[in-house]
Design a protein around this ligand. Structure first.
Ligand code: NG1
Ligand code: ZN
Length: 551
């Protein structure tokens, strides 16, 4: 067994000291905070990625430098495991320990301990592919990451400036190259060719879709969507908006998927652009979230969020499975979180199995793997569809007995190519939505009428210690602070169609309160009354009590 290159790591590490006052945590979105504080963290992630690769026999690990929908001054980093999936949970804790070692000596000790506990054979190769989004802090952080690679001796491939889902695609394509599970050519060209090719087959012979407006959040999705447009040609006309990736301060600002979801309104920049009845969608800063919307004839805004996407797509896939004659062999299921609109859960549960899991993509992804075809979406627009290996083999072997069955089977096979099964992918999901709308001849209004959203409200409460909040039943019930859930239940009963839950955020130092009710004013009132209860329990500063909306 070889040893860690101690002296080499030492000299590089001394150039990337950890800021002494800060504590970093590998959370649901990796490490994510102010970009200016992340130099040491990203350097150390370079070493960690190399060690993870060695642990997995030299399989390629992905590193993505992004802070997604967060403001431009934030940045972050996430590790991607060889099948294109999120980092295995036990390594999240290793990453946190390594990131917080106060000095170079402490770092070397932490790395040594990791090598021993994780039984890493240092003689194995280390291979990594990495990329970043368009944030101004990106280039400096990438050079810290590259120092981490040099410190350990990593064979690193630069994926450049690209979307999070493309990086996930590259990881899977590299690791499956030449195998029977080959995921596609390991290049951006391979990605666009695969998606656009499947899209064209799926809409062949159908009425060509009207132009679609894409709000690119002034982020990396702008260049990705522009490239995709050239591969799609006239099969789907795209109109790109918010494509400014050079002006400081505009990324995710008053635009993008998170703006649309949280404000429940049109990005101001689209006000004079979007015609009544026309479809539009918003990506987030790393193009893994997607929100659709349209204006009706009266100019009223209607949002088609992750739940609406799940309903549209799941119903379509169930129908294709039936048409193909595979109903008894292939079971379709849906995974949601507690944030899914109650009306969507009702709509879906009347048609297929629905499971609720805690917030965070990894929980959704793992639960979806238990179905033959698992559809998962967070309400915020992050999601995808997973086809199990066995299901894909069933499709390949199945002999349809009628032309109609054969057509449906081909559509299913093409969907396995269209959908980025590694992670939520705004561009792939957008093509998927367009396929379903084209097949169904739906405009936004028909899609929206699948079910009517219950009015809802999400608020944040700043408390002294959010760790005192503990939940159970997929975060739908509080077990701590004791007694609080009973008070919430009592309040909820007073509202028609009322539902409310409270959980500590995994990405911000706040507690989130969600409420739904039959009327918008009631949903708002319930949310703020529950927020008031939370605030009182958590013993915060009375002057900051969220009381402005309370009666
Ligand atoms: P937290 O901060 O744990 O609520 C947020 C989103 C999640 C997920 C993660 C990762 C909401 C209410 N929460 O998590 O859905 O996307 O960020 O980015 O949208
Ligand atoms: Zn994102």
């Amino acid at each position: 067994m070889s040893n860690l290159p101690i002296e080499n790591i030492r000299s590089f590490s001394d150039a990337h000291p950890k800021p002494s006052a800060l504590h970093f945590q590998y959370g649901t979105a990796g490490f994510r905070t102010l970009g200016s504080t992340l130099d040491s963290v990203i350097f150390r992630v370079g070493i960690l990625a190399g060690l993870r690769s060695k642990r997995l026999d030299g399989r390629t690990i992905g590193v993505m430098v992004t802070a997604s929908h967060n403001p431009e001054e934030d940045n972050g980093v996430k590790l991607v495991d060889p099948r294109g999936e999120m980092l295995e949970a036990s390594w999240e804790a290793h990453a946190t320990v390594v990131a917080n070692a106060p000095t170079t000596d402490a770092l070397l000790e932490a790395l040594d301990a990791l090598v021993k506990t994780a039984k890493i054979d240092l003689s194995k190769p280390a291979r990594v592919v990495y990329a970043r989004d368009t944030r101004p802090s990106g280039p400096a952080l990438i050079s810290a990451l590259e120092d981490g690679f040099k410190a350990l001796g990593v064979e690193a491939r630069d994926g450049g400036v690209t979307t999070t889902p493309i990086l996930h695609y590259l990881v899977k394509a590299i690791n499956t190259k030449g195998t029977k599970e080959s995921y596609g050519e390991d290049s951006e060209d391979g990605y666009y060719t695969k998606l656009s090719g499947a899209f064209k087959k799926l809409i062949a012979g159908k009425t060509k879709p009207d132009p679609l407006i894409i709000d690119c959040a002034n982020g990396v999705g702008a260049s990705a969507a522009a490239k995709l447009a050239t591969y799609l040609g006239d099969s789907l006309p795209l109109i790109l908006e918010n494509t400014d990736i050079t002006t400081p301060g505009v990324l995710n600002h008053a635009c993008g998927a998170d703006y649309v979801k949280t404000q429940q309104k049109l990005p101001p920049s689209l006000i004079d652009r979007l015609q009544p009845g026309q479809r539009a969608c918003s990506l987030d800063g790393d193009a893994d979230r997607l929100m659709y919307y349209y204006l009706d004839e009266r100019g009223q805004f209607h949002m088609l969020d992750g739940d609406k996407i799940a309903a549209l797509v799941a119903a379509f896939i169930v129908e294709l499975v039936k048409l193909a004659g595979l109903e008894s062999d292939v079971k379709v299921g849906v995974v949601q979180t507690a944030y899914a609109n109650g009306a969507s859960t009702k709509y879906l549960a009347e048609r297929l199995p629905v499971k609720c899991v805690p917030t965070g993509v990894k929980h959704l992804h793992h639960a979806a793997e238990h179905y033959d075809i698992g559809v998962y979406f967070e309400a915020n627009g992050h999601g995808t569809v997973l086809f199990s290996q066995q299901t894909q083999e069933t499709f390949a072997k199945y002999e349809p007995s009628t032309p109609a069955q054969s057509t449906a089977l081909n559509h299913l096979i093409n969907l396995t190519q269209l959908i980025n099964q590694t992670v939520g992918d705004a561009l792939s999901d957008m093509l998927l939505v367009e396929v379903v709308l084209t097949h169904k001849s739906y405009a936004g209004a028909e899609w929206n009428s699948l079910y009517a959203d219950l009015p809802n409200r999400l608020v944040k409460v700043v408390v002294s210690d959010r760790n005192t909040f503990k939940t159970e039943d997929a975060e739908r019930r509080l077990v701590s602070p004791p007694g609080l859930q009973a008070k919430i239940n009592e309040l909820v009963l007073r509202y028609e169609g009322g539902r409310s839950f409270v959980r500590p955020s995994g990405t911000e130092d706040v507690v989130r309160v969600y409420a739904e009710a039959a009327l918008k004013s009631q949903a708002d009132e319930l949310a703020f009354r529950v927020a008031g209860l939370v605030y009182d329990e958590a013993g915060g500063d009375p002057s900051k009590r969220p009381s402005e909306f309370l009666p």
